[in-house]
Ligand binder design. Sequence first.
Ligand code: HEM
Length: 541
Amino acid sequence: METLRAYDELFPWALLVLVTTITILYLKQLLVAAFKRRATSSPSLPCPRGLPLIGNLHQLGTVPHDALAALAAKHAAPVMLLRLGSVRTLVVSTADALRAVFQPNDRAMSGRPALCAATRITYGLQDIVFSPPDGGFWRTARRASLSELLSAPRVRSFREVREQEAAALVAAVTDMSRSGSPVNLSEELMATSNKILRRVAFGDGGGEEESIRASAVLEETQKLLGGFFVADYMPWLGWLDALRGLRRRLERNFHELDAFYEKVIDDHLSKRGDDDDASKSKGEDLVDVLLRLHGDPAYQSTFNSRDQIKGILTDMFIAGTDTAAATVEWTMTELVRHPDILAKAQKEVRGAVVGRDDDIVRESDLPRLKYLKQVIREAMRVHPPVPLLVPRETIEPCTVYGCEIPARTRVLVNAKAIGQDPDAWGADAARFVPERHEEIADLSDHKPWHDSFSLVPFGVGRRSCPGVHFATSVVELLLANLLFCFDWRAPHGGVVDLEQETGLTVHRKHPLVLVARRVRVQAPSDDELDGRFSAMHSVPS
Ligand code: HEM
């Protein structure tokens, strides 16, 4: 009994000790877990604080690339981790950081998020731009884009289309300049770029009316792809997109686009039956090429459905039209803001292209226009047309500055912030100075675009743009003709602003409206020509 009483007295104490021990062990475990979490997730990557539910979404503002650049500067964060809705997002904002993030992790960073509009428009990600990199399809389709669709010989084969459309642009602007009315250059450039891509991709078939309808459908596709779908950031609120009517718009656009492609493909198939093999590869447009690959045993296992052909056609059109037009639009904006640079570029092109009857710049003239290429590079540094590139997503865990980044993290590369990075471009990074690209030996070579981490308007690594060659030939030809044929100024002696419209491709907020004066260039004397070339490559005061 004595012993039992002793046990009774001891029991509460024993219980207390037990509970205390368990509590201490539990708290210790919590603390260790918390330390471990801090140690393994992101010890050094800044994570600007967000709000419940929406995270940092509200900090994107109306011009996301500029807002992100400001946020990165505020937190001294070349790389930062944000939460956009429920999406963990890594943002890269300087050239050094881009190298540090991508050089060791190019494969890990090569995914794309399955965004709502892109998934629908590309027939469930059966294209090049948005397809996942780990299946065989992207690899084969990308190989086809480099060796067939956008190869140097293929791009050369479309020279006539580009020259005809450049001449049509000059004619349209000449008409407007004659009547004295200012030219809406943004509109003209978009129409020209659109027409070039349509002819290259779908051929010359179809009447003018059909062509205009197709442009309207493709324009809507562009808007939807650049639009904001709530489901891309907060999947559980995706029903809001239906309430906003976006889902219905997307469905309508998808079916219109599909009907258009079906007709184009059927027309090509019936035309093909009549052609012999030799004429087939001669005047092929991109639909012809894709139909040929569809029947080629080397490609057949991956290119085996019409949907894939249609997905890739959307890529070509969407990736190529808007971007080329925006590049010329921003380049002309900067030139009109810098009359000395405009004069120097005009002097070069007018000195190099004279003495012919047709009074227009041809593609064979372009290799001589070194300063023009510097001007374009500088415009793409200051105004990359796709400032946040096309979003990426990690396909596997990887390490960034010693921190583990899980798979399925969205990655945004701020090409605009990188182009303004003073460590890469110097203290005058914000100024428009084409001469800073003088050192690049061969600007006709497209390698410099892909080798750089400080100038990345065409992206970076294995998913960078395969359309560089195509894009630069359109941009250079249109710009050279605008400079050769016209003198330009802002209406009423005003200043052209730099306000931006948002979207995947960034255009000017207000169209670029300028006064053009048609110029007929006289053949210069030999002495004049000698003087021109020595003056041409000196820095303007
Ligand atoms: C000035 C014009 C252009 C610019 C600024 C541009 C820019 C870009 C950018 C930033 C990307 C994403 C790169 C990345 O994620 O690292 C891209 C991808 C792509 N671009 Fe372009 N682009 C232009 C013209 C073109 C043209 C003319 C075509 C074809 C006709 C084209 C076809 C593509 C394709 C297929 C991809 C996807 C590549 C992949 O994911 O593997 N682009 N472009």
